[in-house]
Design a protein around this ligand. Structure first.
Ligand SMILES: *Cc1c(COP(=O)(O)O)cnc(C)c1O
Length: 387
């Protein structure tokens, strides 16, 4: 009997140790970890640079609160601004918080320019932005909101990849369009560059903000630091989390100077957000991800992995319907029962995780080795051959 509430569907495996792309279970089995704590462990497990950063900061100071200057946070904000569209950053602790802050910033921006009626956020129907009250209603998913009413108002929804539907839902009250650049939880669905450019154009015409949720697809997961870079568009607000902490809880909202002006003292805050421990880790992740050749290697491994998975699909068309994804945010849409498929992979010591639309997500650490991808492919092919 467990004293933990039953809100998770946990697999009956626990781990005592991790190293690189591998996890070692309490019953002494070695697993290839290709879910990376849901796109979190950017550099795998027990990364020496991260251990060093954490230990070194732990001996100095852990937490002081945002009532004071935090030099480590100044450094991380500067690194993020130098490498992206952003001019300003607010640190929080998780993806859901980053998204909530993004929504607040969009509304506050229009309030600050004398248009407080522009406060509605236009999202994709059946998307995913986290589990807080505002975010579940932003997702427009029946399953996530069931029993959690009254509804948090202020969100409208358009159909995935449907520019007409998006246009038809924009009103005088719309403040921002808000969606994931490449959708993870909702089934590894990557927006086309054209769609992203069209949305940017519409936002410019209508003078509304573009918020791109890069909580899962950001920090190199897509093969670029941010997935929107492929389309060469410039968002106004970008919430991030998962990958920037590499396993330490960190979230952040990146924004332009124009938008940031509305966030005057007292408008937002977080006790833990951006504490020295978290910032030491974030700085190390940034340094590693921007090391020469790191992102290029993600793209190279991605191409190899996708090509090989397509061969598997060709060989087992009765099992795999489609290979989806970008960078190392990959998915296999299966024709077979998903839970069973994932269990079979697990039995063969490959850890993956489900997404919507009968898709199994494959999310290796970004510093995965080619021979580890080959091992995963071997296991996937073996499982497919058992159908
Ligand atoms: C995981 C995720 C979130 C929520 O992040 P938490 O840290 O679990 O709150 C929000 N948006 C996207 C796209 C995510 O993948």
């Amino acid at each position: 009997m467990s004293f933990l509430a039953s809100n998770y569907n946990r697999r009956k495996i626990g781990f005592k140790r991790g190293k690189g792309s591998f996890l070692f279970s309490t019953d002494n089995k070695k697993y290839l970890d290709f879910l990376s704590g849901i796109a979190v462990n950017t550099l795998g497990h027990s990364n020496p640079s991260l251990i060093k950063a954490l230990n070194s900061q732990a001996k100095k100071v852990w937490h002081v609160s945002n009532s004071f200057q935090i030099p480590e946070g100044e450094i991380l904000a500067k690194k993020l601004a130098k490498k992206t569209f952003a001019d300003k950053v607010i640190f929080v602790n998780s993806g859901a918080e980053a998204n909530e802050a993004a929504i607040k910033i969009a509304r506050r921006y229009f309030y600050s320019i004398g248009k407080p009626y522009k406060n509605r956020i236009l999202c994709i129907k059946n998307s995913f932005h986290g589990r807080t009250l505002a975010n579940i209603f932003a997702s427009g998913s029946k399953k996530m909101t069931e029993g959690f009413g009254p509804k948090v108002s202020g969100f409208d929804h358009f159909k995935y990849a449907d520019i007409k539907s998006l246009k038809s839902k924009i009103s005088k009250k719309t403040a921002a369009v808000f969606f994931e650049t490449a959708m993870g939880e909702s089934g590894i669905k990557v927006h086309s560059n054209k769609f992203l450019r069209d949305v940017r154009k519409i936002c410019n015409e209508k003078k509304i903000l573009l918020i791109l949720d890069e909580v899962q697809c950001g920090i190199g997961r897509s093969g670029k630091f941010f997935a929107y870079e492929y389309a060469n568009v410039k968002p106004d607000i970008v919430p991030i989390a998962k990958g920037i902490g590499g396993g330490f809880p960190i979230g952040a909202v990146l924004m332009t100077k124009k938008v940031s002006k509305c966030m005057t003292p007292g408008t937002h805050g977080s006790t833990y957000g951006g504490n020295p421990l978290a910032m030491a880790i974030g700085n190390t992740i940034m340094d590693q991800v921007f090391k020469r050749g790191f992102l290029k290697n993600v793209r190279k491994n991605s191409k190899y992995f996708i090509d090989q998975l397509n061969l598997t699909k060709k060989k087992y068309p009765n099992v795999i319907e489609e290979v989806r994804g970008i960078g190392l945010l990959l998915g296999l849409k299966t024709k077979v029962e998903l839970g069973t498929f994932i269990n079979k992979l697990t039995k063969n010591k490959l850890l993956t995780i489900r997404a919507a639309e009968n898709v199994v997500r494959i999310l290796p650490p970004l510093n995965v080795k080619k021979k580890e991808i080959d091992l995963a492919l071997k296991i996937i092919n073996k499982v497919c051959s058992e159908y």
